[in-house]
Design a protein around this ligand. Structure first.
Ligand code: ZN
Length: 77
């Protein structure tokens, strides 16, 4: 026969075990996504004039928009 104190400890272990595992998995996934983010944004530009996004592999910090021709700076975090 299990007394109420042991039952409570068992209940907490069953409840908190999977939750803490899920929490750690989410933290690990977020860290992985943040590590990949600067690489994805490094070639991205946002036009302030026509509000479009465009990519380029050129090393220039300013690049003309292919739609309206406005000069825009590279996106940074
Ligand atoms: Zn534009």
């Amino acid at each position: 026969m299990i007394d109420s104190e042991r039952f409570f400890v068992l209940y907490l272990a069953l409840l908190l075990g999977p939750l803490s595992g899920l929490w750690i998995a989410c933290l690990w996934r977020d860290r992985k996504l943040r590590a990949a983010l600067p690489r994805k944004l490094s070639g991205l530009f946002h036009c302030k004039k026509c509000r479009s996004f465009y990519e380029s592999d050129e090393p220039a910090e300013k690049l003309a928009c292919p739609i309206c021709g406005g000069q825009n700076e590279r996106l940074t975090i």
